[in-house]
Design a binder for this molecule. Structure first.
Ligand SMILES: Nc1ncnc2c1ncn2[C@@H]1O[C@H](COP(=O)(O)OP(=O)(O)OP(=O)(O)O)[C@@H](O)[C@H]1O
Ligand SMILES: [Mg+2]
Length: 599
């Protein structure tokens, strides 16, 4: 997936940061209260250098013969200082605690929102984004948000405000000395601006390589059996190394630029302090300032420099996080192309009359996978789709549960265009046994309850018995509590299929789609399962895709598909009598090597 536009100017940077703050949602009020408290705290910190200067001046004015006379002046200063110290420490601790809680809470809320959003994106929008990449974007994006919120409320707002206040105060204390600080501010601003311009594009590249890395690693880990059986470990490791080297290659110049900023800011800081001390000494010798004022000023410069360094550090981190946030917002801003229309209806449990009316659909918008497809399915009947691999059978049926929307024509259920129905209502009326059994890395019971969350144990057993799955489940010592591994890896292909049939039986939908549901079963199990399915499908509208034609003998109508179109329609016997493509398919399957017909 390509990331969103590059933030090549600071304005986009600011816009990005503003969006981060806007995402506080219902916690915005608490956030701003914390920020204001933090600013007040930062102001209170100014008291320290001023008090320090006053103490020094009081000490230097102490009469040498009676030094104890200084206490009546010194004591109130020291107590005030202590009071300020206690106030700033306890307030600081409270703010840090609340800011921490706030940003952690928001991170989890945003993570949940992102997760829900990604799950709603239709398959058409998911296909070009690998799950590993989406996961990386989620984790790093929410991490970046968490850090930016936390540091905004804990440090950055206060740092920015203190700088704005400190500079005029410094000018007031001694404008000549303050000029040095102002020059220092300009040097910092100029430097970071320059480095940002130099590194932004590179940082974007680094992030894109990091996303490739996440995608490649999770793709490989998800196909570990393939990697091992094809002895591809070395190859996979070396291709990961390549991506990682590209990421490092892009990262190094960025690191060098920021190291340069570090050296330059440190040197200008040291230089500025030296200038202030030298200039201060000169002013003192000319009677233009006191020792106390110089001490206050040096403490002030320390604060200005600390704040400047904080702000540069923050910009550095924001520069690293900006591309992550952009990727994150890019996914979040992707509108699901399939969603409920404002007037969407909930039809309740449908009767199951399905009609495809001249439906055309292309994955790439150019080469149609389905072309002018029309057929009807009466409630309670069975329509079978047969045809060569790649003819468009699975695609056609995926349009019924709106995995994709057709580009032309329409599909109706009980006479209503499916685009006028609520998506969740439509999907709850349709049960799908997918061509590849899709299973979670959870227990068998949890996988089954995807069909009916409130199913009792007795219902689970009943569904599994019908799907010929009970025997193999009970063979496991933990029975229904057995964990089945990623995508059901710990089960055989046929066991996975029977589980997904049991799952759909529990769902008990009025419309059933069986896409090669029994293809991985031995013939004895298949016969038993087909008998069970016959009972189950009797009062349901069923759409069956099957390569093994024996399994669709009882279908009311068979559609023979080729190149996305229906080329023949009829019952098994009608089509066989036709002597066309179906007859040829039957002959291919029911004749042995010597050309003898086997029934
Ligand atoms: N997600 C997808 N993105 C792009 N093209 C796809 C996608 N899924 C399928 N196709 C293409 O659409 C065409 C029809 O595929 P479909 O899966 O519907 O065939 P099928 O008739 O079910 O085949 P099979 O019997 O092998 O399952 C094929 O050419 C396939 O390459
Ligand atoms: Mg298919």
């Amino acid at each position: 997936m390509s990331s969103a536009g590059q933030p090549t100017d600071p304005i986009k940077f600011v816009a990005l940061y503003k969006r981060v703050l806007k995402m506080l949602g219902s916690d915005r009020k608490l956030g701003w209260t914390l920020a204001c408290a933090n600013v007040t705290l930062a102001m209170a910190m100014f008291a320290e250098p001023i008090l320090f200067g006053l103490v020094i001046d009081a000490l230097s004015r102490a009469p040498l013969d009676h030094p104890e006379q200084i206490w009546p002046v010194l004591a109130p200063l020291l107590f005030t200082w202590m009071g300020f110290g206690l106030f700033t420490i306890s307030c600081g601790a409270l703010i840090a605690l609340f800011a921490d809680r706030l940003s952690h809470r928001r991170r989890h809320i945003v993570l949940r929102d992102y997760f829900e959003h990604v799950l709603q994106l239709p398959l058409a929008q998911q296909s070009d984004k690998h799950s590993g990449r989406l996961m990386k974007i989620m984790l790093q994006g929410t991490d970046a948000l968490w850090w930016l919120w936390l540091s905004f409320f804990r440090d950055h707002l206060a740092a920015a405000v203190s700088l704005i206040v400190l500079v005029p105060v410094a000018l007031y204390i001694n404008w000549r000395l303050a000029l040095v600080l102002i020059v220092l501010c300009f040097v910092f601003v100029g430097l970071t601006h320059f480095i940002l311009r130099k590194t932004q594009a590179l940082q974007q590249q680094v992030e894109s390589h990091q996303s490739d890395l996440a995608e490649q690693a999770s793709d490989t880990l998800g196909n570990i059996a393939l990697v091992q059986s094809f002895a591809r470990i070395e190859h996979e490791v070396s291709s990961l190394k390549n991506i990682s080297q590209r990421a490092l290659g892009a990262q190094m110049p960025v690191l060098s630029w920021w190291a340069l900023v570090n050296v330059l800011t440190r040197s200008s800081t040291t230089l500025s302090i030296l200038c202030i001390v030298a200039l201060g000494a000169w002013l003192f010798t000319h009677g233009l300032t006191t020792v106390g004022a110089i001490v206050t000023f040096i403490a002030f410069s320390g604060m200005v420099i600390m704040r400047l360094e904080q702000i540069v550090g923050f910009i550095h981190r924001l520069a690293i996080d900006a591309p992550r946030l952009q990727e994150f917002f890019h996914v979040l801003d992707t509108e699901p192309s399939i969603h409920d229309s404002p007037q969407a209806l909930d039809p309740g449990r449908v009767r199951g009359a399905v009609a495809f009316e001249n439906v055309t659909f292309a994955y790439d918008k150019k080469h149609p996978a389905i072309q002018g497809l029309s057929f009807t399915l009466k409630p309670g009947t069975t329509v079978a789709l047969v045809g060569a691999s790649g003819a468009g059978k699975s695609t056609a049926l995926s349009l019924l549960y709106r995995a994709f929307d057709p580009q032309a024509g329409r599909i109706t259920v009980d006479g209503t265009d499916i685009r006028e129905l609520q998506l969740s209502a439509l999907r709850s009326n349709i049960g799908v046994v997918f061509q590849e059994a899709l299973l979670f890395n959870r227990s068998i019971a949890e996988n089954l309850r995807v069909g009916l969350p409130e199913a009792t144990d007795a219902q689970l057993r009943q569904a599994c018995a019908s799907a010929q799955a009970l025997d193999f489940i009970l063979q496991h010592p933990q029975g229904f509590d057995t964990k089945i591994g990623e995508r059901g890896r710990m089960l055989s292909g046929g066991e996975r299929q029977r589980l997904s049939i049991a799952r759909v039986l529990l769902k008990d939908p009025p419309i059933l789609i069986l896409d090669e549901a029994t293809s991985a079963l031995d013939s004895a199990t298949e016969t038993k399962l087909l008998q069970a399915l016959e009972a189950v499908t009797k009062d349901r509208s069923t759409l069956v895709i099957a390569h093994r034609l024996a399994t669709i003998r009882q279908a009311d109508t068979i559609l023979v598909m080729a190149h996305g179109q229906v080329v023949e329609t009829g019952s098994f016997d009608e089509l066989y009598a036709l002597g066309g493509r179906f007859t040829q398919l039957v002959k291919e399957q029911f004749t042995d090597a010597s050309g003898q017909f086997i029934s």
